[in-house]
Ligand binder design. Sequence first.
Ligand SMILES: [Zn+2]
Length: 558
Amino acid sequence: MSSETQLPMPSDADLRRLVHFSAGDGRIWLAGHRMVLLHLGGLANLRKELIQTIGIEQTRRVLKRAGYESGVRDATLARQVRPNASPFEQFSVGPQLHMLEGAVQVTPEVCEFDLEAGAHHGIFRWDHSWEVESHLRDFGPQSEPVCWMLIGYASGFTTGFFGKKFLYRELECAGCGHEHCRIEGRALEDWPDGEQLMEDYQADSLLVRMEDLQADLESLRVSLSPSDDLGELIGRSKAFEKAIALLRKAAATQVTVLLTGETGVGKERFARTLHAMSPRAGKPFVAVNCAALPHELIESELFGAEKGAYTGAGAARPGRFERADGGTLFLDELGELPPAAQAKLLRVLQTGEVERLGGTQTRKVDVRVVAATNVDLEAAVEAGRFRRDLMYRLNVYPIKIPALRERVEDIEPLANHMLRHFMALHNKRVAGITDRALAAMRSYAWPGNVRELENLIERGLIITSPGQMVDVEDLFAVVPAGPGVMVDASGELKPSNVGDIESLYEELQRRGLSLDALEDGLIQQAVERAGGNLSAAARALGLTRPQLSYRLQRIRER
Ligand SMILES: [Zn+2]
């Protein structure tokens, strides 16, 4: 690198001639660039208020980038103004304009160039920095350098001058108690922490941050203050609206409610919403999963126990019924309740009184029971596993929560809601869900219902890169349906032509099934699994509803 230490800098008379006050039309020119003559007090105040509003970190970035833009513009003048001068004299246009513009006094200490290799190393001393002056006045001495706009200018000018990335940084700053500011510049790749220094110059960092905050705020608002009394319940499909209408009617009364539906449809959410809509909203909501508690503990859990009632009952404790007094008790997976507990539950429902295990005293409780089951209670009664009288007592007001495949139009709003929730939870932002992924979700059968959708959305968010959209492959780890089905390029689920066709053919041969019999069997199976919902069955088979109806008609006529 040729070291040019023929400091000081040349005369700046050529630069002074570039400044032109055109007061008649309200403009000041520096060659072709419009300038503004500001009061330092006004600029200092802007700087101060920025720090107080968006913080020191963001202000530093904003001002560095503002300075950088000025530096880049001044660099366009350097070779234009001194076309035949030495590299040092050309480069000096930057420091000299910086002085002329009133930013700082600049004294070169080291200034080396290798123009062919595009290499440069510079050390300059700064005095009378306007930023030091205003920062010290407003905030006192700092531990980190404060000449942000100035250092941005030096970086921008040098980058513009060489046409490649150069970064200046302050080795010392008068804002930190040093006698002078001293800055050093190198090419980006010559700084060991160059990438980190560059971060301040990423033009959109503040905007991205603000967008992030905006998104976080939105998710918080969604999760903290639901837009209506439905809270977490989201949907607009007929099946969903029907269940909600029943829920609303039950809410105002004391009726015992039985929620039925497949596993994962969100029965507890419905129960919580019912509680929140009811006059009991201010009182406890207590949930018990009857399948999760060991049989020997379930009675003491529900009804409480006196001291010494059973081994391990060290102290008297109230049961969930007592704890739910005045509120709602949610009994999930009620079909799993053992016979002895069924008898006790029936008595509590009939008398409104509980008796703790090992106790003799009865206690009045005012509890609304909401029970839920995903097994067919009638069948459990027939099989002798559930008391008929208890079933009648509970089955006063049944509400069937629809399966997700019966409310396909709710999938998109649900998925978007969950995505916002998980973005806030995992502090990660993606751009949304592709239409292809939504189409695949609409054709999928969702055996695990809303809970399965929730799991897939969380997984999809984690797999997708920030800023990208969640796509089919991010959601479904494997082909999203039974064998012989695949997602095609448009995101539709289509029967696969490859794979298990051979073994399927062998199975047909082995069973001696005809093609017609296979088709009839598949169609009947699909209708059965969809609970008689022909639209859902048609989707599961990759048919339109009219196509399915036609084939069903044909089966009946056979
Ligand atoms: Zn400084």
